[in-house]
Design a protein around this ligand. Structure first.
Ligand code: ACM
Ligand code: ZN
Length: 745
């Protein structure tokens, strides 16, 4: 067991007593412990030194925290004896990472059987301490009994440091926050097309050449043509830095799983060692996406290179697993390459998928020979899974189900719910890759896929969030994307499913945001829920503003000015003069003073629109195609190049196609009177018009994501139009609606 004596210094010198006053109802612990029993009393941590507990818990690790405490208060460091207020007891009956935390009149006891168990007991204690009631004599804590253990062994967070490089200090800050959430696995994505980030002594050109690119994409990669910044970007972690991070993580109970990508996503390495590619002349790949240049699977020197790299990697990372990527490896080069084709013939491989499987199996044998296990993205299933490989299910849940059915361990990290590079809401978000992944979706997801047979559930090791950084250029933005979504994921993987409840979680988050503030984390603050357009049928209707965060305040304006903390504070639903349309702007302000994005919306008194009675309707949608490149759907005007009739609101081209625009026209039949909310999901831009009014504006380049908008309609027929354009990539278009905030159809 690793030393834990430092953990005991926080409160070792305090005397104690209990009284009968308890405020346990509002206690916020995240992730929620699996068993909590409150006694009807409190325990007083007496306080003869002037101790600022809130400062203490904001320290980056408990060890630092203890040392800081000793420094600040000139206290002798002692091992906890019988008279200590905090006792740490080794209980060998507890499972790995489990702990028991008792606060009673005798003091505080933490029992565990391993380092992580003690560490997590301390994390929970820290969260109780930061909510303790400060009194003149000391800090009142609830007398409590917590018996806790994780639901899953793999509680992970992935970070791509290749699309954008992040300094060691940023990595450490992320590890601190993971530890506070009892997350124990950091998947460090260290190599990519656009940058190689780990020093390898045998291959110095990886540091000199592969760690750098000459320019990066500006704006969204979907735009045609792609824009670049012309700025050199890069960085590499030295071996010493990596050792330092590994040691730092270990003190936080976190294992690091390094990822060395192969056979695809390897252009950065191929630029330094082009002889490892099929053509010998790989093209620099500074775009986001997937390059055709990959490691040559027919060339023995590829395997020699990768084994030499992995030999140095296993020396740096003591954990059980080494990740070898395996995702998104196009087979174009292999199909054309005489060496790859010879390899297939010699090895009796029937296609290029089997060649990829051969590649990964060779790597697995090497890693196994070093006493390590191979983990890879779910493409490693194609062409046959290596004997002991663990599969990371990212293209949905199917890969995870398939691997578990073959008795392989799996980590669930399915797109979209575990993809933290997606938007967090439909409006006011900074540029992201596309898609929508909200806290609620994460919370309501099940780590164990519903399609997996019960007897295979034990093959699910756990789950992790993936943070790909194409659209995440700096640490502040990284934190914005990671939190608070990681808080929700931490509860999915720590707390047993029967103990999870989203409303309860949301209530506990109100306090938890202050912990993120204490750590100076730039988490996303929920903005007040205002739709861009709000048709109102009754002039007496009150306007309600909410953001779901009880500890925050909402400030608003109705005169078009930007709301600040000097604006009107929202207390209760209010009436506004609706004799003309009015814009409300509102902002959430946290107790720390940090502010959300400003949300704004127009409120308009309307009557339900009257339907029309068109004649001579025919079945179908008129599809008007414009063969031009657009950057905005508003620009699609004039005569189309072609007109078709289609029968469903499905665009006929799902494969990558050239840029184009389209206008879809039809009449829609509205089934009943009501206020309709339409959700238009597109890649790239789309505008929805109903009754000749713009209802949804989802313009701009992106990967598919939705925006919504409202219309007040009587039952009947209305003119309907969608303007749509595609930049680069593939077509996506779906339309859903709900009536009066009901179920989405
Ligand atoms: C992945 O998101 N390409 C694993
Ligand atoms: Zn080849």
């Amino acid at each position: 067991m690793k030393p834990i004596y430092l953990l005991s210094v926080l409160i070792i010198l305090f005397a104690s007593s209990c009284d009968n006053n308890n405020g346990s109802e509002s206690i916020s612990l995240i992730p929620l412990p699996n068993f909590i029993e409150y006694q009807s009393s409190t325990f007083l941590l007496e306080n003869d030194a002037d101790i600022q507990f809130s400062e203490l818990i904001s320290e980056s690790s408990f060890e630092n925290l203890g040392q800081q405490f000793v420094r600040d208060h000139g206290i002798q460091q002692k091992a906890g004896g019988d008279d200590s207020v905090l006792k740490m007891i080794n209980n060998t009956e507890l499972k790995p990472e489990a702990y028991i935390l008792e606060i009673n009149s005798g003091g505080i006891t933490i029992e565990a059987s391993d380092y992580n168990g003690f560490f997590y007991g301390i994390q929970t204690l820290s969260q109780l301490i930061d909510q303790g009631e400060k009194t003149a004599k000391g800090l009142k804590l609830p007398c409590i009994s917590i018996k806790d253990e994780p639901a899953f062994a793999w509680r992970g967070m992935h970070l791509d440091v290749c699309r954008h490089f992040f300094e060691v200090s940023t990595i450490k800050k992320m590890l601190d926050a993971m530890a506070m959430h009892k997350m124990n696995t950091f998947h460090w994505h260290l190599t990519e097309d656009q940058g190689w980030r780990i020093e390898i002594e045998k291959y110095p050109l990886l540091s000199e050449i592969s760690a750098w690119r000459n320019e990066s994409v500006v704006g969204h990669i979907a735009q045609e043509p792609i824009q670049y910044d012309g700025i050199k970007h890069g960085g590499i972690y030295t071996k010493n830095e990596i050792k330092d991070v590994v040691a730092y993580a270990s003190k936080l109970g976190i294992t690091i799983v390094p990822e060395i990508e192969m056979p695809g996503h390897a252009v950065a390495a191929l630029m330094a060692y082009p002889e490892l590619s099929c053509t010998g002349k790989p093209t620099p790949f500074n775009d986001w996406g997937v390059s055709s240049d990959v490691y040559c699977a027919g060339n023995e020197s590829t395997f020699e290179f990768l084994e030499n790299v992995l030999a140095e990697v296993v020396e740096l990372f003591p954990g059980e697993y080494i990740h070898v990527g395996g995702d998104e490896c196009p087979k174009d080069r292999w199909k054309e390459c005489p060496k790859c084709q010879k390899r297939m013939k010699d090895e009796g491989l029937k296609d290029e998928h089997e060649l990829q499987s051969y590649f990964i199996q060779r790597m697995e044998k090497f890693l196994n020979s070093k006493g390590r296990k191979l983990i890879g993205w779910d493409e490693i299933l194609e062409g046959g899974l290596a004997d002991n490989a663990v599969v990371m299910s990212w293209r949905g849940e199917e890969g995870g189900i398939e691997a578990a059915e073959q008795n392989h361990y799996v980590v669930m990290t399915p797109n979209p719910v575990c993809y933290f590079d997606h938007y967090q809401s439909n409006n006011y978000e900074p540029l992201a890759i596309g898609g929508l992944t909200t806290m609620e979706e994460i919370y309501n997801w099940s780590v164990i896929p519903s399609g997996l047979d019960a007897e295979k559930h034990n093959f699910v090791l756990g789950a992790q969030a993936n943070l790909w950084t194409e659209y995440i250029p700096n640490p502040e933005h990284l934190e914005y994307m990671a939190y608070p979504r990681l808080c929700a994921l931490s509860e999915k993987v720590w707390t047993k499913k029967e103990n999870q409840n989203f409303e309860d979680f949301t209530a506990r988050m109100a306090t938890h945001y202050m912990r993120l503030d204490a750590k100076n984390i730039n988490y996303r603050i929920p903005y007040p829920e205002i739709e861009p357009y709000n048709p109102i049928l009754n002039a007496n209707q009150k306007i309600e503003l909410k953001n779901g965060v009880e500890s925050s305040s909402i400030y608003y304006t109705i005169d078009g000015t930007e709301p600040t903390k000097n604006s009107k504070k929202y207390e209760n639903p209010f009436r506004i003069d609706l004799s003309s349309p009015i814009e409300i702007k509102a902002v959430t302000i946290m107790p720390s003073g940090r502010e959300s994005a400003v949300a704004s919306g127009v409120y308009e008194l309307v009557e339900l629109a009257e339907p029309e009675t068109p004649k001579n309707l025919i079945q179908g949608i008129s599809y008007n195609r414009y063969n031009n490149a657009y950057s905005s759907a508003f620009d699609i005007i004039g005569n189309p190049d072609t007109i078709y009739t289609i029968q469903k609101l499905e665009l006929p081209w799902q494969e990558p196609v050239a840029s184009y625009g389209a206008i879809l026209k039809a009449w829609i039949e509205v089934p009943e009177d009501g206020i309709y909310n339409f959700h238009l999901h597109v890649k790239d831009g789309g505008l929805l018009y109903i009754n000749n009014k713009l209802v949804v504006n989802n313009d701009g380049f992106k990967y598919g994501s939705a925006k919504s908008g409202k219309a007040a309609l009587k039952a009947g027929l209305y003119p309907f139009e969608i303007k749509y354009f595609l930049g680069r990539g593939w077509t996506e278009l779906t339309l859903k609606y709900q009536i009066d905030n009901g179920e989405i159809l």
